[in-house]
Design a protein around this ligand. Structure first.
Ligand SMILES: NC(=O)c1ccc[n+]([C@@H]2O[C@H](COP(=O)([O-])OP(=O)(O)OC[C@H]3O[C@@H](n4cnc5c(N)ncnc54)[C@H](O)[C@@H]3O)[C@@H](O)[C@H]2O)c1
Length: 300
C-alpha cells in the first residue's frame, strides 16, 4: 500500500478503466468508478474474463483473486460522489483531446485539492491536458497496458509543471499494485514502451492492409519470437480497433505524414463495428480466437 494514496477513482470503465479499477482493488485500495454507461463495467469484466480463460492468460494475481477484486470496486452513478474523497483519479475515456480536457476540468473542480490527476491516454502527453486544471503540478500520464492479460508495465510521464513528488508517488503506487513503472525522462509522444509498440502496430497494419501477408503469419512469428501467446493482431483485438484507430490518428495529426495515416481497411472494420474482443469480432472471433487453438502455430 502507498501511504499517500489510499482511495482511487476511475473515470471511464471501458476496456482499460475496468482493468485498472480491478487491479487497484485487488491490491487493497478503495476504488470507486464512474461511467455514463451503467452496464459497461460488468460487460467489460465478463468479456475480459472469457478472453483470459480462452487463451490461458492470467493477471498479476490468480484469476479467482482478480474476480474477487472486481466485487470490491464501488460503481458510482454520480461523478462528484465518485471523486469527493479520491487521492488519485485516473481518467480512461476515449482518446480524443477535447473530451479529455473537458473531463479534466470537471475532475479538477470535484476532486480534493491534494488529489493527483492522471490520464491513461495511449498517446496524448499530459502537457496538452494539464492547463484544463488548476493543479498542473499534480497531473501526469499513467499509462497501463491491459494488466488483465499479464501486461503489468506502466508508462509514467510528467507534464510541464509536474513535481518530482507527484512522479514518485505515482511510481510507488504502480509498484504497490504489482506493476512495473517505466519512467519517461523527456516528453515523447507514446511514452516509453508504447512508442515501441506503436512502431510495431504501424508496420504490421501496413503489411496486412497492403495485402503483403496474412495477419495470422505475423502473429505466429511474434508468438514464436517473443514467447507470448498472442501476436500484434491479437493484441490489437484486445485493445479495441476503435481505440487503435484513434491512437493512429493522434500520430497522423501530429506528423501529417501520409505514412502515418491509418489504413482504410482498419477504418472500414471500425465502421462495421468489428472492434475486437469487445464486439466479439475483429481480426479474430471471440470468445474462442484461432490463436488460442493448440494447432495455430502449425498454420492449419
Ligand atoms: N484499450 C486498450 O488496450 C488501452 C490500453 C492503454 C490505454 N488505453 C487508453 O485508455 C483510454 C480508454 O480506452 P478504452 O480502450 O478503455 O476505451 P473504451 O472505449 O473501451 O472505454 C471508454 C469508456 O469511457 C466512457 N466515457 C466516455 N466519456 C466519458 C466521460 N466524459 N466520463 C466518464 N466516462 C466516459 C465510455 O462510456 C466508455 O465506457 C484511451 O485514452 C485509450 O487510449 C487503452
Amino acid at each position: 500500500m502507498n501511504p499517500e494514496i489510499r482511495r482511487v477513482s476511475l473515470v471511464g470503465t471501458g476496456t482499460l478503466g475496468t482493468q485498472i479499477a480491478i487491479q487497484a482493488a485487488s491490491y487493497g485500495y478503495e476504488v470507486k468508478t464512474y461511467d455514463p454507461d451503467p452496464e459497461i463495467f460488468h460487460k467489460t469484466l465478463k468479456k475480459t474474463c472469457a478472453s483470459m480463460k480462452a487463451f490461458g492468460k492470467s493477471p498479476t494475481i490468480p484469476l479467482e483473486k482478480w474476480e474477487e477484486g472486481a466485487q470490491k470496486v464501488k460503481q458510482v452513478r454520480d461523478l462528484s460522489e465518485a471523486l469527493k474523497d479520491a487521492d488519485l483519479v485516473i481518467e480512461a475515456i476515449p482518446e480524443i483531446l477535447e473530451l479529455k480536457r473537458k473531463a479534466f476540468a470537471q475532475i479538477d473542480s470535484l476532486a480534493p485539492q491534494g488529489a493527483v490527476l492522471a490520464t491513461n491516454s495511449s498517446s496524448l502527453p499530459i502537457s496538452r491536458i494539464e492547463s484544463a486544471t488548476k493543479r498542473p503540478e499534480k497531473c501526469l500520464n499513467i499509462h497501463f497496458y491491459q494488466p488483465a492479460i499479464g501486461m503489468n508495465i506502466v508508462d509514467i510521464m510528467g507534464g510541464t509543471k509536474t513535481t518530482a513528488e507527484t512522479i514518485e508517488a505515482a511510481k510507488q503506487w504502480v509498484r504497490s499494485i504489482g506493476c512495473i513503472p517505466l519512467t519517461v525522462k523527456k516528453e515523447i509522444l507514446g511514452f516509453c514502451f508504447n512508442s515501441v509498440w506503436r512502431a510495431i502496430k504501424r508496420q504490421t497494419l501496413y503489411m496486412w492492409a497492403g495485402g503483403y501477408v496474412d495477419f495470422r503469419d505475423i502473429d505466429r512469428a511474434w508468438i514464436v519470437f517473443t514467447g507470448m501467446n498472442l501476436g500484434p493482431f491479437g493484441i490489437m483485438d484486445q485493445v479495441g480497433l476503435d481505440v487503435v484507430y484513434d491512437i493512429e490518428m493522434v500520430y497522423y495529426n501530429e506528423s501529417k505524414d501520409p505514412k502515418d495515416y491509418p489504413p482504410q481497411a482498419l477504418k472500414a472494420m471500425v465502421e462495421r463495428k468489428e472492434l475486437g474482443v469487445k464486439t466479439g469480432k475483429g481480426f479474430y472471433t471471440y470468445p474462442n480466437p484461432e490463436y488460442a487453438r493448440p494447432d495455430f502455430l502449425r498454420g492449419n
